[in-house]
Each structure stands twice: as structure tokens, then as C-alpha cells.
Design a protein around this ligand. Structure first.
Ligand code: SF4
Length: 251
């Protein structure tokens, strides 16, 4: 089997935070963003270029890994989640895996930041059963300050996803000092109410479990060290609920 680690840096089994039921999560190498609180800094390298002719072997090997957990998917209504990093950074591999899973009737989630060319989203998202779409900020400068990239393309792609008719759910990382201001939440709500119909949002409170990982990689850990207080989580949840959203805390 082709070594998958330059393309998929981790396979996590029995995940209950990455979509419905019990799931196997494949973490794709590569991400265009640099969120100040990133939990997966090992994804920040560039994915290697797959040598010509090796795609079928890589996909077959990964599908074998995915199929090892079929019994858990069937019992729990779960499946496989393609996460990262940013899976849209490797569109050919993602498209091949989505197609292989659909052929086998394995439920798929695409977990994305949305920062990708429109053509990549249009090619891959309709092949997923559910998209988990992150929204971190609307204000262009705030988004750039906290993730390294402006928000325009991400917001345009969210509207595009809506137009494609692909089922999706929203995810809002609640990060003290970065995304948790009342103003940011108001701007997100205004945008969502004006441009989307999805009213299912998962609030993902910051947790500091990645610090050890940063040290292992000789990288400076994020400056935030304290997860949001329960009262702050509840206050954010109430803002979304008041606008008609079904709110879930966590993945
Ligand atoms: S989008 Fe995700 S993987 Fe990429 S930098 Fe942000 S938190 Fe990290």
C-alpha cells in the first residue's frame, strides 16, 4: 500500500465529535489558514505531490482503513469524516475517497473551513452526505488577524454551498479573545440570517489540549490558555437560539 502519511496525517477511530454517530476521521495534510488557536499544527505543512499512478493504491488502502469500522457506523448511524488541515487542499484525493464511500454506501462528512477555489467546492461538496462548515468571523480584517486570511472567499463559498443544495451544518469555534466578542457574534448572525437557511450550529469551545503537540513540533503554543467560562458559552448559545438556531455545544 502507498504510504498515506504525507497526505493524511492521522486516522482517528471512534470519534463522536465529527458528525453524526460513531465516525472514523481522516485528517488531511495542508491548510491555507493559520488560526491562532489551531489544534492541528501538524497539518500546516504542504501535502506532498502524489506520484502519477499512485492514486488508486492510496485510495484503496484508505478505504480498507475506513471499512475496518463498518460495524460501528451501521450501529450508530455514523460513517467517515474528512477533516484536516483542510481536505479541499487535496481535491483529487478527496473526490476519489468521497466517490469510493458513496459507492459503498458509507456516510461521509466533509469538515471544511471553506477557504478554497469555488470550483473545488463545487466539485467535491455535492459528493458528501453532510458538510460541516466553519464560520469564525465575518469582518474581513478580524478574520485576517485571527486566521491569516480574509473572510470573503469563505463567506462566498458558504452562499455557494447553500445554492448547491448540499446538507450542511455550521460550526463556530468560541475562542476567548478572538471570536467571542458580542460584535463578532452579531455580525455572524446578521450574515447567516441574511444569506443562509441552515439553523443548525455547533459551538466549539476552545480547549487547550494541543499545547503538548506544539512543544513536540518545536512550535510556539497558542497564547490562549483558558477555555471559555460556562457562562460565556451559554451567553453565545443564547444569542444563536434567540435568532432561531438549534444550538449544540461541541462537535
Ligand atoms: S482551519 Fe483548522 S486546521 Fe486550519 S489553521 Fe484553522 S484550526 Fe488549524
Amino acid at each position: 500500500m502507498t504510504n498515506y502519511s504525507p497526505y493524511i496525517f492521522r486516522i482517528q477511530r471512534y470519534s463522536i465529535h465529527d458528525g453524526p454517530g460513531i465516525r472514523t476521521t481522516l485528517f488531511f495534510q495542508g491548510c491555507p489558514l493559520r488560526c491562532r488557536w489551531c489544534h492541528n499544527p501538524e497539518s500546516h505543512g504542504r501535502p506532498e505531490r502524489l506520484p502519477e499512478g499512485e492514486m488508486p493504491g492510496l485510495v484503496a488502502g484508505l478505504v480498507r482503513e475506513i471499512e475496518k469500522d463498518l460495524i460501528y457506523y451501521d450501529d450508530s448511524g455514523g460513517g467517515v469524516t474528512f477533516s484536516g488541515g483542510e481536505p479541499l487542499c487535496q481535491p483529487d484525493l478527496l473526490a476519489a475517497l468521497l466517490a469510493a464511500c458513496r459507492e459503498r454506501e458509507i456516510h461521509t462528512c466533509l469538515d471544511t473551513s471553506g477557504d478554497a477555489p469555488a470550483a473545488v467546492l463545487e466539485r467535491t461538496a455535492p459528493a458528501a452526505d453532510l458538510v460541516l462548515y466553519d464560520i469564525k468571523a465575518v469582518d474581513v480584517r478580524l478574520h485576517e488577524r485571527i486566521t491569516g486570511k480574509p473572510s470573503d472567499r469563505i463567506l462566498e463559498n458558504l452562499v455557494r454551498l447553500e445554492g448547491l443544495g448540499v446538507p450542511y451544518r455550521l460550526r463556530f469555534p468560541l475562542i476567548p479573545g478572538y471570536t467571542d466578542s458580542g460584535e463578532n457574534i452579531s455580525e455572524i448572525l446578521d450574515f447567516l440570517v441574511a444569506h443562509t437557511t441552515c439553523r443548525d450550529i455547533h459551538i466549539l469551545p476552545y480547549h487547550n489540549t494541543a499545547e503538548a503537540k506544539y512543544r513536540q513540533l518545536n512550535m510556539t503554543p497558542p497564547r490562549i490558555t483558558t477555555p471559555p467560562e460556562p457562562a460565556a458559552i451559554e451567553a453565545a448559545a443564547r444569542r444563536f437560539r434567540d435568532c432561531g438556531f438549534k444550538v449544540t455545544i461541541g462537535g
